[in-house]
Design a protein around this ligand. Structure first.
Ligand SMILES: [Zn+2]
Ligand SMILES: [Zn+2]
Length: 85
């Protein structure tokens, strides 16, 4: 099984709307980039392979709204690429 995050791999364009003002959100990278090894999500992944492309629960991305200056977390559902490779 091979799961990838479509957002990390540039396969999709983030088109999430801000829950507060409904403006388009900007993608600011993975949550892991902000929290590093102290992330509560990293505690769940013990294998080194899972850390490359997130974990099976989805890849958590930080989304930011420039309109109301609010950051939102977006759990991106990962794609199963095992049948396409
Ligand atoms: Zn991702
Ligand atoms: Zn907003």
């Amino acid at each position: 099984m091979s799961y990838i995050c479509p957002l990390c791999n540039g396969l999709v364009v983030p088109e999430q709307a801000c829950p507060h003002c409904l403006q388009g959100l900007s993608e600011c990278g993975k949550l892991d980039d902000y929290t590093g090894p102290y992330s509560p999500y990293s505690l769940q992944t013990s294998s080194s392979m899972a850390e490359e492309d997130g974990n099976e629960n989805g890849c958590i991305h930080m989304m930011y709204c420039h309109h109301c200056q609010t950051s939102t977390l977006w759990a991106v559902a990962q794609w199963d690429m095992s049948g396409n490779l």
